[in-house]
Design a protein around this ligand. Sequence first.
Ligand SMILES: Cc1cc2nc3c(=O)[nH]c(=O)nc-3n(C[C@H](O)[C@H](O)[C@H](O)COP(=O)(O)O)c2cc1C
Length: 208
Amino acid sequence: MDVYEAIASRQTIRDFEAREIPMALLCKLIDAGLKAPSNDHLRRWEFVIIQDRARRRALIQSIRAPQDTQGATNLVNEWGLVEQSQREMYIDAIPKQHAMLLEAGALVIPYFYTSGPLLQPETLSALNSFASIWCCIENILVAAASEGIYGVTRIPFEEERNSLRRHLHIPQGYEVPCYLALGYPKGGAKRMKQHEIRLEDKIHLNGW
Ligand SMILES: Cc1cc2nc3c(=O)[nH]c(=O)nc-3n(C[C@H](O)[C@H](O)[C@H](O)COP(=O)(O)O)c2cc1C
């Protein structure tokens, strides 16, 4: 698959087969992540792979999200969302937040080093380490798509960050940007309709 095909094929999948990703392949995907650009040249990123289901359960128990469609619809209404494809995405996604992390072929917890406090940054560049790890994550997702493996990211809410700190050894200076679930899509896995975008509406010559 060429790179454009892999980029076009990447999409968020939240319904996974109960099939592990072979470790050599998982390492290859993470290696693709480690080729991403990095703010400080050092790529101070680490990856914890959690295969044990009991450990995963302990890790995700602090996620508070409705696990049924009605609860998800109520939340989306509360948020005041009106765009149809966005509503559909959230109503499908919200009830799957636990299952997708539990059932994925691999649950990867990326860590990145940040030299200063990440929250309440005073300058845009104070967020460079956070920006860099997302370049890394996107490389992993695109490389995964080229292998028929798809994934989903979840940013931990505050309570989940505390739980991650309790359950994982996170050295001083390191942060977890997201949970990264990767796996083989289940037959009939939901593939969300994308919000339509026209390239010509996005490109502005000599100013916007
Ligand atoms: C920064 C970021 C945070 C996200 N957080 C979540 C999340 O908490 N739960 C979830 O199921 N999906 C999450 N997603 C996936 C998005 O819902 C998904 O990327 C978006 O709907 C576009 O669909 P696509 O990835 O299939 O193109 C997140 C994606 C990004 C980039």
